[in-house]
Design a protein around this ligand. Structure first.
Ligand SMILES: [Zn+2]
Ligand SMILES: [Zn+2]
Length: 300
């Protein structure tokens, strides 16, 4: 899996950062998935290696503008570019009426089918290379994190099989599927020739006041992508309480759940220099972490 951060600012864009959008690509899969789509995301896509026409599905964490105002423009550009493939859109139930107030999403207008599915706690779906679940978060409106788990991949040791007398052919598929096979009187057991890669588990979270709400899903997670809008000092001096996470809280939670990789994103526009966020995370979390920048990539 590879993530490309197309926008890493919270609330409004800055000179160096657009608002929230992340691309997810899976190895050997044609097309990719978009998580959140702030205003200007289509321009970020143009500046990346990705093509908007190859988006297979769009997941929206919540309907605040810095996470979804790019959708009407992106859909309209797809229409102008002659998209015909259906497009899946997943988000809170209020996303569809909001989108319909900007753009006619009927097939007759767009030229492609927009298939909308409303998220809810317990929502899950299977895709070609992964399964995905929606996990409710704590924010001022309905908001979700997405828990993504890759499907187990099996590898077959062709060299060993050939050396032991089983030539390439349909029996390899049977072994890969976990069946015993017999060839010219010799028995081949899958456990000697097939290895299974452990699944990769990542979370891409929307805005959230308390990362620990994700509970057991965080335990030894391969990668957590979560907002760190403020440092603790800035947050403590805000004139009203906002439902966002500080770098300190995120780092302490990552340490508590033994998270393997952490990405802090959705930085408040006041952090022109992200060093204070970086330093605060480094103080409380000894694992591998990144403070996201636009166009940063992480491969798992
Ligand atoms: Zn936001
Ligand atoms: Zn928000």
């Amino acid at each position: 899996m590879r993530l490309t951060f197309l926008g890493t600012s919270g609330g409004k864009p800055t000179k160096n950062r657009n608002c929230s959008a992340i691309a997810l690509e899976c190895k050997n899969e044609r097309g990719w998935y978009l998580f959140d789509c702030a205003e200007g995301t289509q321009r970020q896509i143009i500046h990346s290696h990705l093509s908007a026409l190859k988006i297979k599905g769009i997941f929206i964490t919540h309907t605040h503008g810095d996470h979804c105002y790019g959708l009407p423009g992106l859909l309209t550009s797809m229409m102008l570019d002659g998209r015909s493939e259906p497009l899946h859109l997943f988000g809170p139930k209020e996303l569809l009426p909001m989108l319909e107030s900007f753009v006619d999403v009927r097939l007759e207008h767009l030229g492609f089918e927009l298939i909308f599915e409303a998220l809810h706690g317990g929502w899950h779906k299977e895709f070609e290379h992964f399964t995905i679940k929606a996990l409710p978060l704590i924010h001022s409106i309905e908001c979700y994190a997405f828990y993504i788990e890759t499907k187990p991949k099996r590898h077959i040791d062709k060299g060993k099989l050939q050396a032991e007398g089983l030539p390439p052919g349909p029996l390899y598929a049977d072994l890969k599927a976990g069946k015993c096979v017999v060839f010219e009187g010799k028995r081949f057991e899958p456990q000697h020739y097939v290895t299974q890669e452990p699944p990769q588990r990542i979370i891409i979270a929307g805005d959230n006041a308390e990362p620990a709400i994700l509970g057991d899903y965080l335990h030894e997670l391969d990668l957590l992508v979560h907002e760190a809008t403020y440092t603790q000092e800035v947050y403590d001096n805000l004139t009203k309480e906002l439902l966002h996470t500080t770098a300190k809280n995120l780092a302490q939670t990552a340490a508590r759940f033994n998270i393997k990789g952490l990405v802090a994103t959705h930085l408040s526009p006041r952090f022109n220099d992200p060093s204070p966020i970086k330093q605060e995370i480094a103080t409380y979390f000894q694992g591998e972490f990144w403070v996201a920048e636009d166009f940063m990539q992480i491969s798992l």
